[in-house]
Design a protein around this ligand. Structure first.
Ligand SMILES: O=C(O)CCC(=O)C(=O)O
Length: 272
């Protein structure tokens, strides 16, 4: 049996204090196979917001918001234990799906993922949020994304960074700061990362500062990252284009995210 039974009270407490925790063996092999199939479809047919980053050494591909058109993603979002785990770790009675993000670093990719928080890229914020980073390949420790424990509680929002060239977004106003040069003073931070096996999942808050190393070795590094909202998450207007952009969303700051675009999947619709 895998799923919410892998989430202990200690994991939930760690998540609240650290903004990150790891679940071992959270997803069964069938789900991983399905997601791998989905990622190959995604690579073969990228969506309108797909990107490729870096200087051409290897390939760092990312894409998001394809869960409605890629059947394997859709099934995972609706039917896997992810929604239940999300609600439990957020300590929220509900889990509303925001979107999925796929981040593939092919062998020999030199590009690092810059340090950033996800919340400033998004048109939503709240105390109850969670992203999963689910490896579809074995991920050695020196390739695993890294997380600054406790940074979700810093009460700071950093400018989003472009993954392509590590420059800040052109957000005008709004109180954003440029992210510190974390790699230059790593000893100042409580940096968490793990050697991962397929089926494990890192859970992290939208405000947790994180980044990821290059993937210079021989193995692929495919990450599938479904993102979830809890009961207190609300739309927030940002001072520039968000990522994902969601044109025509039609919400005002403080409103709940619309359920026709962002379905509430926990408790399970239909109650099974
Ligand atoms: O996979 C990566 O390189 C970075 C992951 C990340 O930034 C995220 O999932 O928010």
């Amino acid at each position: 049996m895998v799923g919410t039974d892998r989430l202990t009270k200690q994991d939930i407490a760690d998540y609240a204090s650290d903004g990150v925790c790891v679940l071992r063996g959270a997803f069964a092999g069938d789900w991983l196979e399905a997601l791998r199939t989905g990622v190959e479809k995604n690579l073969a047919e990228p969506g309108p917001w797909a990107g490729e980053h870096g200087d051409g050494q290897g390939k760092f591909f990312d894409d998001y918001c394809n869960w409605e058109r890629i059947a394997e993603y859709r099934a995972f979002v609706h039917e896997s234990p992810a929604a239940a785990i999300a609600a439990a770790v957020m300590q929220s009675p509900t889990a509303q799906f925001f979107h999925e993000h796929v981040l593939v670093k092919e062998p020999g990719t030199i590009k690092r993922t810059p340090w950033h928080q996800d919340a400033p890229y998004y048109c939503v914020d709240g105390g109850q949020t969670v992203s999963f980073w689910i490896p579809l390949d074995p991920v050695p420790l020196d390739v695993c994304p890294e997380f600054l424990a406790g940074s979700h509680l810093w009460q700071k929002l950093y400018y989003p960074r472009r993954f392509t060239n590590d420059t800040d977004y052109d957000y005008d106003g709004g109180g954003f700061e440029t992210i510190p040069d974390i790699d230059n003073e790593r000893e100042k931070y409580d940096i968490r990362s793990w050697a991962l096996a397929p089926g494990d999942a890192i859970l992290f808050h939208f405000r947790t500062v994180h980044g990821a190393p290059a993937n210079p070795g021989q193995g692929r590094r495919r990450g599938f990252a479904p993102r979830w909202l809890g009961e207190d998450a609300r739309f927030v207007a940002r001072p520039g284009k968000t990522s994902p952009p969601y044109p025509g969303i039609g919400l005002k700051t403080g409103e709940r995210m619309r359920e026709d675009w962002f379905p509430v999947l926990w408790p399970r619709p239909g109650g099974d």
